[in-house]
Design a protein around this ligand. Structure first.
Ligand code: ADP
Ligand code: ASP
Ligand code: MG
Length: 422
């Protein structure tokens, strides 16, 4: 099944929400794992997500009870989906005649920091896994969850089971970590938006990280970060096929001699814009603004500064944040304006917000040495009548903020421009 890799190697497999989305699908995963067990793979660990839709249901439930619920209570509630999934998969494996042991994060010893709802893994103990293997059992581990040193339940952020799996792979010195999902691998664009998207057979961590961070949901960005840091190869493949050749390998050294200018197009719908007016001399300063926002733990993405330094019109600044951070951002700016007004400054500082936006990006390490990618991007969007609200570039990406309703069309025209006309 894994080519030349000997079956004495350690392998971590992760199954996502859709892969375990019904009793039948759970039995399908159990049959896959059992087949491999029978083929002699004894040092396997399996990480699972909650059944599809379950985490959304739990998040909505918490929000319904109290929209301001603390992150600690949120984590306790939303981590529950994975508890059910590990138990069901272990039960299905029992049905296959294969011994398995389900583990919640606290039982296994997945220790995180205290940043509830976006916790980072600090360490994972291997003794429980080793003990399970010694007894001929396959450990089935709850993804997405962790525990603090004080035994409080944490979660890693939405989509975080990929990160649980790669972190477990690192802790166990696995040969690789396999992410099993509902598509064949990582494509040049989300294949649900662009049916003509191509499967990328291999990609380096840098491109994978950029695509993941810019909205390509198939891999959680932090799992790619971890894979890169510890040089653990990540294989993305489809749970629903047995084809061993259709997959994406994310690794350090790809066989490509020269990188393509563009490797992929991504869409991030989790974008909201804040426009702050009244900044500048005698008022709230930009550094003060961003330091209070950072203290609140809010990540700011694209920043655009209009007419900086003009006396006739005070500075106006636009920036984007995740939709979930919008109300906290506005509240933070309001508090800052009030405090400054009290001290005789900042009375006119105002924050306006805009949602209904999305960010479309073109990504590729080859961009460093090819000219014309920006021009082609803007031309494709403009020919399609798509208005660009904000632009941000780096050496390996061009991002444009557009209306969310233009998101799918933008992906399609950019994909056509970079991949379908050659
Ligand atoms: P899982 O539940 O297995 O973790 P996710 O829903 O988190 O699966 O991620 C898989 C989905 O990611 C696919 O169904 C696909 O729609 C979406 N996706 C977005 N961008 C890409 C891409 N570039 N390549 C493949 N899938 C993508
Ligand atoms: N179940 C969690 C979520 O829906 C984690 C994951 O799927 O990776 O976000
Ligand atoms: Mg996922």
């Amino acid at each position: 099944m894994y080519g030349d890799i000997p079956n004495t190697s350690v392998v971590v497999q992760k199954y996502g929400g859709t892969s375990v989305g019904s009793p039948e699908r759970i039995r399908n995963v159990a049959a896959r794992v059992a087949r491999q067990y029978r083929a002699g793979w004894r040092r396997m660990a399996v990480v699972v997500s909650a059944m599809s839709g379950e985490t959304n249901r739990l998040v909505a439930l918490v929000r319904d009870v109290n929209p301001q619920a603390s992150a600690k209570n949120y984590d306790m509630a939303v981590a529950a989906g994975e508890q059910v999934a590990v138990a069901l998969l272990a039960a299905a494996l029992e049905g296959e005649g294969v011994a398995a042991e389900p583990f919640l994060a606290w039982q296994l010893g997945i220790v995180t920091d205290e940043a509830h709802a976006r916790a980072r893994i600090r360490s994972i103990r291997r003794d429980k896994v080793e003990a399970a293997w010694a007894q001929g059992r396959i450990p089935i581990v709850a993804g997405f969850q962790g525990m603090t040193e004080d035994m409080e339940i944490t979660t890693l952020g939405r989509g975080g089971s990929d990160t649980s799996a790669v972190a477990l792979g690192v802790a166990l010195d696995a040969a690789f970590c396999e992410i099993n999902t509902d598509v064949d691998g990582v494509y040049t664009c989300d294949p649900r938006i662009v049916p003509a998207a191509r499967l990328l057979e291999e990609m380096d961590y840098e491109v994978a990280l950029e695509m993941a961070s810019l909205g390509s949901k198939v891999l959680h960005p932090r799992c790619v970060e971890l894979g890169a840091k510890y040089k653990l190869p990540i294989v993305v493949r489809n749970t629903f096929t047995t084809d061993d050749h259709q997959r994406t390998r994310v690794m350090t050294q790809t066989t490509e001699i020269e990188s393509l200018a563009v490797s992929g197009v991504t869409l991030d719908k989790d974008v909201a814009r804040v426009t702050v007016s009244g900044l500048g001399s005698g008022s709230v300063g930009i550094s003060e603004l961003f330091s209070v926002i950072a203290q609140r733990g809010i990540n700011v993405d694209i920043i655009v500064h209009d007419k900086p330094g003009m006396k006739s019109e005070p500075g106006r600044l636009g920036f984007t944040v995740a939709k979930g951070d919008l109300s906290a951002t506005v509240e933070t700016i309001g508090q800052l304006a009030k405090k400054s007004a009290g001290s005789g400054t900042g009375a006119s500082v105002r924050a306006d917000t805009e949602s209904g936006l999305a960010k479309v990006s073109v990504v590729g390490v080859g961009m460093r040495s090819y000219a014309g990618v920006a021009g082609k991007t803007f031309a494709a969007l403009s020919d399609a009548g798509i208005q660009i609200h904000m632009i941000s570039t780096s050496e390996i990406k061009i991002s444009c903020v557009i209306a969310e309703t233009d998101g799918a069309k933008a992906c399609q025209v950019l994909h056509k421009a970079f991949f379908e006309n050659q």
